[in-house]
Design a protein around this ligand. Structure first.
Ligand code: PLP
Length: 415
C-alpha cells in the first residue's frame, strides 16, 4: 500500500530548485481543513477548544494559521509560553511537569491556565506564584489503559499526573484556598490509531468528574482530553475519523455528565500529532549509493531533521517522487550522522532511488523538526509552507554555521 503526498512532482521539483534540500514542507490547506474538522466534530459542545500542543510544531506561521482557525495553544515550557504570548494567543494551557518556579510565575503573568502535574505542586505553586482563580489537575489512574483486550499504554509507569486520592484531596485543598474554577486533564495513551480512545478516556474522566462533585464538592468547568489521537504512519493502518470520535465523546457526555447535572462542562483537547503530522513532509535528495552487506541509499537529511525513526524505531513512509515507477529494490535509507541508528528505513522496498532523486518522508508535520538536535554539528533545516494558493514561502530559514557558533564566541573562540 502507498501514501499520496500532498504535492505533485512538478510542483515539488520547482520547490527543490528554489530551496536547497533537506527541508520540512507543510500544507496550509490540509492544516486548515484538519482544524475545521476537529472544531466541527466537537461543535456540539459550546465551550470546546483545541489547544494545539506547541511542542509538536513550534513554528509561528503554523501557530498563526491555527489561531485563525480558533485554536488555542498548549505549552510546557517558558519559551513555548513566550512564543505563544508574542503571537497574541489568549487561550493558553500550561501543561508542564517538574516545573521551575519562574515558569509558573510567567504562566500566571500572561494568564495561561495552569494544569498541575502533581499534588505536591499545589503548595509549590501557591508559594512561588500564588494560586490563580482557575486550576486544572492532571490525573493518572495507574494500571494499564486498555480498549477491550488491547493494552494501549501503561499509566502506572508514567511519570505524569496524580493518583485519584491525590486528585480528590487536591480539589478540596484548592477550593478551601479560594480557587473558583476547576478542570481535569489526562493523557493515557499516545498515537492511538482507533476511534475508541477519546470516548473511552472521556468515560473514565466524566465518571471521575461526577465522583469529584460528590466527594470534593467541586463542579468542574472543563475536562481536557489532551493529546494522543494518532495518525496512520503505516499506509496499512486505518486513519482516525474525528467526526466519529467527536460523536463518541458526545454520547458518553450525554450518558454520564448531563444526567448528573454537569451538562455545562467544556471539553478541551491538546492535539498535536493528529493536527499536523500528515500535513508535513521531509523533502530530501539522494546523495550517494553504497553496497556492502546491504544496499544503502544515502540522503541529505538525517536524524537531526527527523529523530523518530532513530529514537523510537518509528515507521515513516517514503515516496520516491522522481522515480516512482523504478524497479523495486530493498534498501536502507540513511542519513550522514556517525550513528548507526541514523536510518529512515531499514530493509524497505522502494522504487530504485538514484543519486539526485527527490524523496519525501511522510507524516513529519508533528514531532518532526521540533525533536531535531545538533549531533555532528549538523544544522537544522528550513521550513517551507505550501500556501493555499499553491505558492510556497519560507517560514523558517536553515541554520548557518554562525548560528551554531553564536553561543561559543568569546569562549576561547573568536568571530
Ligand atoms: C505531547 C503532549 C500533547 C500532544 O500529544 P500528541 O500525541 O501530539 O497529540 C498534548 N498534551 C500534553 C500535555 C503533551 O505532553
Amino acid at each position: 500500500m502507498t501514501k499520496t503526498p500532498f504535492i505533485s512532482t512538478p510542483v515539488l521539483e520547482r520547490l527543490t530548485e528554489q530551496f536547497p534540500t533537506p527541508f520540512h514542507l507543510y500544507d496550509e490547506k490540509g492544516i486548515r481543513e484538519k482544524a475545521r474538522a476537529v472544531n466541527q466534530a466537537f461543535a456540539w459542545n459550546p465551550g470546546f477548544k483545541e489547544y494545539f500542543a506547541v511542542k509538536a510544531t513550534p513554528n509561528p506561521t503554523i501557530l498563526k494559521i491555527l489561531q485563525e482557525e480558533n485554536c488555542g495553544v498548549d505549552c510546557a515550557t517558558e519559551v513555548e509560553l513566550l512564543m505563544s504570548d508574542k503571537l497574541g494567543f489568549t487561550d493558553i494551557m500550561f501543561s508542564s511537569n517538574n516545573t521551575p518556579a519562574q515558569e509558573y510565575r510567567y504562566a500566571r503573568e500572561i494568564g495561561a491556565t495552569i494544569n498541575l502535574d502533581a499534588y505536591e505542586q499545589i503548595a509549590f505553586l501557591e508559594e512561588v506564584a500564588g494560586l490563580p482563580e482557575t486550576v486544572s489537575l492532571r490525573y493518572n489512574p495507574g494500571g494499564v489503559f486498555a480498549l477491550g483486550t488491547d493494552i494501549m499504554d501503561n499509566p502506572e509507569e508514567s511519570k505524569f499526573g496524580m493518583t485519584r486520592a491525590q486528585l480528590i484531596q487536591g480539589f478540596k485543598d484548592l477550593k478551601a484556598a479560594g480557587v473558583k474554577e476547576f478542570g481535569i486533564h489526562s493523557f493515557l495513551a499516545s498515537n492511538t490509531v482507533t476511534n475508541d480512545y477519546y470516548p473511552e478516556l472521556a468515560r473514565q474522566l466524566f465518571t471521575l468528574a461526577v465522583e469529584i462533585k460528590e466527594e470534593a464538592g467541586v463542579e468542574l468547568s472543563f475536562i481536557n482530553l489532551s493529546g494522543g489521537i494518532g495518525v496512520n504512519y503505516h499506509p496499512e493502518e486505518k486513519e482516525n475519523d474525528i467526526a466519529i470520535i467527536g460523536e463518541g465523546v458526545r454520547k458518553v457526555y450525554e450518558e454520564v455528565l448531563t444526567p448528573n447535572g454537569l451538562g455545562f462542562v467544556k471539553i478541551f483537547t491538546e492535539l498535536g500529532r493528529f493536527m499536523l503530522a500528515p500535513h508535513g513532509l521531509l523533502v530530501t535528495k539522494v546523495l550517494h549509493r553504497k553496497k556492502t552487506y546491504r544496499d544503502y541509499v544515502g540522503v541529505d537529511a538525517s536524524a537531526v531533521n527527523l529523530l523518530r525513526p532513530a529514537m523510537y524505531g518509528s515507521y515513516h513512509h517514503i515516496t520516491n517522487m522522481t522515480n516512482s515507477e523504478g524497479a523495486v529494490e530493498v534498501v536502507d535509507v540513511v542519513g550522514s550522522l556517525c550513528e548507526n541508528n541514523d536510518k529512515f528505513a531499514k530493509e524497505r522496498e522502494l522504487p530504485e532511488a538514484r543519486v539526485g532523486d527527490t524523496l519525501v518522508i511522510h507524516d513529519t508535520g508533528a514531532h518532526g523538526f521540533s525533536m531535531g538536535y545538533q549531533y555532528n554539528a549538523r544544522l537544522r533545516s528550513a521550513e517551507i509552507l505550501l500556501q493555499e494558493d499553491g505558492s510556497a514561502r519560507m517560514i523558517r530559514r536553515a541554520e548557518t554555521p554562525e548560528d551554531y557558533f553564536a553561543t561559543l564566541y568569546g569562549f576561547d573562540f573568536e568571530e
